[in-house]
Ligand binder design. Structure first.
Ligand code: BG6
Length: 620
């Protein structure tokens, strides 16, 4: 959940490290630091509490540090509050001048307490509250105890710790090298023009190279200027395949928008179209959903008895929305699970079931663990992910890649929308293979999906109205989102957007459930936002709105053009285009994304990097 970078080359390292960290700040932004080794082999460490900007200022944008080898880190605190002392890099000694090992880490060392006690008994002293300082000192301990090469010392520490880590270390005795090790937390290594980069994620090095190595679990790497060697936990050399990244550097820039979130909201039509085109082949009525690249056969699809969807955050909301679509089109029972609950519930899974794990980053620890739980139980797994080569993608039996490109804003928008589309295609494909959808209906659904990009663009025309509404409610405290069926699932996402980036307490409720308790919270002026896009449930939800109005609620509604009678009940209405009811979630979510954005903006908050959150949570 932190961002780490490393560099060895001919250029001064500090500016490159800071630039890389600025591209990873969505992973954690409560403190940061860099360590640079100069030509005399001395290391200088600079750390700063708060945003990366403070580190830029402290280092004069890196110009104050000289040396062509260095490591850096931007933090999302787990052990020890955000502070300069707890910020990374951490050292093996009490002072950098006598530090044998300097390191940065992303992940959690779960048994760090036990290791710390061991090291205290060995005379080590600690200056921070972090698990990372313990890991760096543990490596130092084995390095000195066995007088062994860095790789062996790291391996000895790895087999003794539990948890997750992407670790990047510099050893005093090896001034021209950087060492890296990984278990569960993401890490990539890039080489370009004789210079070597290591980072938590692609955006950090995309500017320099598109050719990357993915270091595997329990693997170690020795990085030198322009080269990388890989070893397994027994220090035996291993070869790695070089992957080419399809994204370009611009994709990780704001492209003229004030915030990444607004840019990514506006990229949804393109992202949805790219994702459709990646899995639909042929023209007109000959269009076919092609799952060949996914690797699941029609026979396997016919044999599926049950689908379990496991995910976190907004990805879980995609599961909640598409369970209705899969059950209705493919006639397969669907259970949607919170990944963090799924993994510890030792779920009873049907052997002929399919576990679908949805994740933008492909690195969310709980979702990765849910995938492993399913594999352990011998159930087939399918991942819907946005990041090529991510852990969940590499460990799943089948993978559907969404094509939303790099998503930088912590609150997801375009990745959410491409996950919806991927799951729609899965529902139609499974439904047709299992004989529940005839040829004509199949073509109809595909043609409906291809209307989504333009219809999303149409919704952007209502931005001003939503901006006005957000300004009106800039000081709102409690908000209720209500809806039925897919509208309820979209309400969950709308409510999360409001909480994530505007810090407004809001709850989403199945509209029919409100009267069984929560309606007691509705009083004069309480803002209730309703989503009504399901034709067969429109009247039902209207009645629930009327129940709220009777208690003094201020009613806002998202519904489709043509339903103008809603203005008799609602105080504010924003209309969206129509599409087949199964796919309405892709349109009704857009006004709610914009509402969350404008409310955050009006409240003067950091839209892209909301407090206490991170883009991908790689620890439990
Ligand atoms: C949170 C992100 O950390 O993780 C959310 O802020 C996201 O936007 C959730 O929905 C799950 O992440 P992922 O990468 O598994 O989809």
């Amino acid at each position: 959940m932190c961002g780490i970078v490393g560099f060895i080359g001919r250029h001064d390292a500090a500016p490159i490290l800071l630039d890389g960290l600025s591209k990873l700040e969505y992973r954690g932004y409560d403190s940061a630091g860099i360590a640079v080794r100069d030509k005399n082999g001395d290391v200088e460490i600079v750390k700063a509490k708060g945003r990366l900007l403070n580190l830029f200022e402290k280092t004069d944008s890196g110009k104050a540090l000289h040396g062509t080898i260095g490591i850096g880190h931007t933090r999302w605190a787990t052990h020890g509050e955000p502070s300069e002392t707890n910020a990374h890099p951490h050292i093996s000694g009490s002072d950098v001048s006598d530090a044998t090992v300097v390191g940065v880490h992303n992940g959690i060392i779960e048994n760090y307490g036990e290791m710390k006690d061991k090291l205290l008994r060995k005379g080590y002293k600690f200056y921070s509250e972090t698990d990372t300082e313990v890991m760096v000192k543990l490596v130092d301990y084995y390095y000195k105890k066995y007088n062994c090469p860095p790789g062996e010392a790291i391996a000895k520490a790895m087999v003794r710790v539990r948890g997750s880590y992407a670790l990047v270390l510099m050893f005093k005795d090896y001034p021209d090298e950087i060492w890296a090790a990984r278990k569960d937390s993401p890490m990539i290594i890039g080489i370009c023009d004789g210079e070597t980069y290591v980072a938590s994620d692609v955006p950090a090095i995309l500017k320099y190279t598109k050719n990357v190595y993915y270091i595997g679990n329990m693997e170690i790497a020795r990085l030198k200027e322009g080269s990388a060697e890989f070893f397994n936990i027994d220090s035996e050399p291993i070869t790695k395949e070089l992957f080419e990244i399809t994204w370009d550097a611009e994709a990780a820039e704001k492209g003229g928008y004030e915030h990444f979130m607004m840019k990514e909201i506006h990229e949804q039509p393109r992202a949805v179209l790219d994702t459709l085109n990646s899995m639909i082949k042929g023209e007109g009525n000959e269009c076919k959903i092609d799952f060949e690249c996914i690797g699941i056969s029609d026979e396997e699809i016919k044999a599926i008895s049950q689908i379990y969807i496991a995910a976190c955050g907004s990805a879980w909301h995609v599961g909640m929305a598409t369970q209705y679509v899969i059950e209705d089109l493919a006639k397969i029972p669907v259970r949607v699970e919170l990944a963090s609950e799924f993994r510890y519930r030792s779920p009873i899974l049907d052997k002929n079931g399919l576990v679908i794990v949805i994740s933008q980053s492909g690195e969310t620890a709980d979702s990765l663990a849910a995938l492993r739980e399913a594999k352990e139980k011998g159930v087939k797994t399918l991942a819907v992910v946005n990041v090529v080569g991510s852990s969940i993608a590499r460990e799943a039996d089948y993978v559907i890649y969404t094509l939303s490109g790099p998503e930088i804003a912590v609150a997801t928008t375009k990745a959410y929308s491409t996950q919806l589309v991927a799951m729609y295609l899965l529902a139609i494909k499974f439904g047709s293979v299992r004989g529940h959808i005839d040829k004509e209906t199949y073509s109809y659904y595909i043609s409906e999906l291809y209307t989504l990009p333009d219809k999303i663009k149409k919704i952007f025309e209502t931005k001003d109205k939503l901006q006005w509404f957000a300004a009106k409610f800039v000081n709102v405290h409690d908000v209720f989102f209500i809806g039925r069926n897919i509208d309820y699932a979209v309400s969950l996402e709308g409510s999360l957007k409001m909480k994530e980036i505007s810090y407004v307490h809001s709850e989403a409720y199945a509209a029919g459930e409100l009267k069984h308790g929560t309606i007691s919270m509705i009083e004069d002026g309480t803002l209730v936002i309703s989503v009504l896009t399901q034709p067969q449930l429109y009247e039902k939800t209207m009645s629930n709105m009327v129940e709220c109005k009777a208690r003094g609620a201020y009613l806002a509604a998202v519904t489709t053009y043509g339903h103008y009678n809603i203005e008799e009940v609602a105080n504010f209405v924003t209309y969206i285009p129509n599409v087949d009811a199964h796919f309405m979630g892709s349109l009704s979510v857009v006004p709610l994304q914009l509402l969350g954005y404008y409310l955050s903006l009006n409240r003067g908050l950091d839209v892209d990097k909301p407090r206490n959150l991170a883009k991908s949570v790689t620890v439990e």
